[in-house]
Design a protein around this ligand. Structure first.
Ligand SMILES: [Cu+2]
Length: 505
């Protein structure tokens, strides 16, 4: 299918959305859906997703059951929204694991559509990784899902178990739907949740904990007047006839949700808080800062996608692309009671320039601090560690989003890294593409021939690749052999074939 001239112009427009500073800065590649409701800001209290409780604890593992179902919930304060959620909530319950203690999660599908669940950041065996054609279908689902091109694909009816060894660093992971061609609409409807892993080293650190350790799952959505979620194609993939076109670049909403409510407010004490920032948006990038009384409060970064940093780094802003997580500590000490601090988004326009608000309502004692050393000392990877180099080019080609000029082939494979080796992977692009690698955690080596952004140190699994930029990462393939994938985490690009497999051998 070829692009029309108009389509090309739309694409070009989307890639150069005006931001501050560099041409490539802005909310990323996408097009805005406009809501027909205008929810009030900074009124709804911030909810904290419930913690999942194990249904069974055995010698080998903690067993959980999450049921994907339809529910009517309050994403907006004054009307119900029909969602698809794990246990009927948005976000789903938080899985809390400990390093080295395996978790078995049974996902029951009571939705009208097939699903596949991926633990993003998980070092997971391949048959539990949420491969896009590994589907769990509703009871009696018809037609049977097609097995494409002889692709690997397990099909389970009603439910299946995912095995998560948890043999990895303390980190904030998230789980979400990964169904072939339909990830965008299914995550948009609410199929996402957190998985927080701890380990003894992290638990021994004097960081803020309990109610001062706040997960903040940030995503944008758009609503109709009756509170229902808008999406360009309700049940069809983005490439279904008629659904393409304007939204080929990605879907932006104009309402910002944090932990599943629009623009919340959270009352805090004048002490330190740990904020686990998670960008669960389909396409939107954020440049986040915490503003109070005309100045920006420092955000002390303690972790990246897949674990704690070796030492904290202080920032006044952080760019977060879809799929990324940043773990920061902020300190409300010294702010008078009554102070309001707003988490702002410099890449937004209109309502999306603000995310949520903290209100300092009381003083309290604070026995937390951010120590100078966080994770165990570990020398950073260097190019000398890499046994080979590979390039993955993320590009719009012949009307589809491609990797190395190829559409996704579930049976194909673009690389075969060896287990327990490090490779230098070079990502290039024509638009904004948040690139996510399954299984392998990586360190960002360079961006456009220069140092990466100051917040891009540490172990990561998702990296912001900007238009006409080259990003080099050193990826470590560890844990399991088998078929995995890398893909663009702009979910509309992903659904339009911007994915590729690799085999760890
Ligand atoms: Cu993309």
């Amino acid at each position: 299918m070829s692009l029309t001239r108009r389509g090309l112009l739309t694409l070009a427009g989307a890639a150069t959305v005006a931001g501050c500073g560099r041409l490539s800065d802005g909310p990323g590649t996408g097009r805005l859906l406009t809501s027909k409701v205008h929810p009030p800001r900074f009124v709804t209290p911030l909810p904290i997703p419930a913690t999942a409780r194990p249904v069974r604890v055995t010698a080998d593992a903690d067993h959980y059951v999450l049921t994907q179902r339809v529910a009517d919930v309050n994403l907006l304060p004054d009307r119900k929204t029909r969602i698809w959620g794990y246990d009927g909530t948005f976000p789903g319950p938080t899985l809390r694991g400990r390093r080295g203690r395996p978790m078995v999660v049974t996902i029951r599908n009571e939705l009208p559509v097939p699903t596949s669940t991926h633990l993003h950041g998980g070092v997971t065996p391949p048959d539990s990784d949420g491969f896009p054609t590994d589907l769990t279908t509703p009871r009696g689902y018809s037609p049977a899902p097609p097995v494409q091109h002889g692709a690997p694909g397990q099909v389970h009816e009603i439910s299946r178990d995912y095995h998560y060894p948890m043999a990895q660093r303390a980190a904030t992971l998230w789980y979400h739907d990964h169904r072939m061609d339909f990830t965008g609409p299914q995550v948009w409807r609410g199929l996402l949740g957190l998985c927080v892993i701890t380990d003894p080293r992290e638990e021994a650190l004097p960081l803020p904990r309990d109610e001062r350790d706040l997960p903040l799952v940030i995503c944008d959505r758009a609503f109709d007047e009756d509170g229902s979620l808008q999406y360009p194609s309700q049940d069809m993939a983005m490439h279904a006839p008629g659904a393409r076109g304007q939204f080929v670049t990605g879907v932006f909403g104009d309402v910002i949700l944090v932990n599943g409510v629009a623009w919340p407010r959270h009352e805090v004490s004048g002490v330190r808080y740990r904020l686990r920032l998670v960008n669960a948006s389909n396409a939107r990038r954020y440049r986040l800062a915490l503003r109070a009384g005309g100045r920006r409060l420092p955000m002390i970064q303690i972790g990246s996608d897949d674990g704690l940093l070796s030492a904290p780094i202080t920032h006044t802003e952080i760019i977060v692309t879809p799929g990324e997580r940043y773990d920061v500590v902020v300190d409300f000490a010294g702010l008078p009671i009554g102070t309001e601090a707003t988490l702002v988004n410099d890449f937004g326009t209109g309502g999306t320039t603000e995310v949520m608000r903290f209100a300092v309502v009381r003083q309290a004692t604070d026995d937390s601090r951010v120590p100078d050393r966080l994770a165990a000392a570990e020398p950073p990877l260097t190019t000398a560690d890499a046994v080979t180099e590979r390039q993955f080019d993320f590009r719009y080609d012949e009307g589809r989003w491609t990797v190395n000029r190829r559409l996704y082939d579930p049976a194909g494979s673009l690389a075969a890294p060896r287990l327990d080796t490090v490779e230098l992977w070079r990502f290039t692009s024509d638009f904004h593409h948040p690139v996510h690698v399954h299984l392998a955690h990586f360190q960002v080596l360079s961006r456009a021939g220069r140092s990466p952004e100051p917040w891009e140190t540490g172990w990561k699994d998702t990296v912001d690749v900007r238009p006409y930029e080259t990003v080099e990462v050193l990826a470590k393939f560890a844990g399991h052999r088998g078929k995995y994938m890398l893909h663009c985490h702009n979910l509309e690009h992903e659904d339009m074939a911007m994915m590729a497999n690799f085999d760890v051998v």
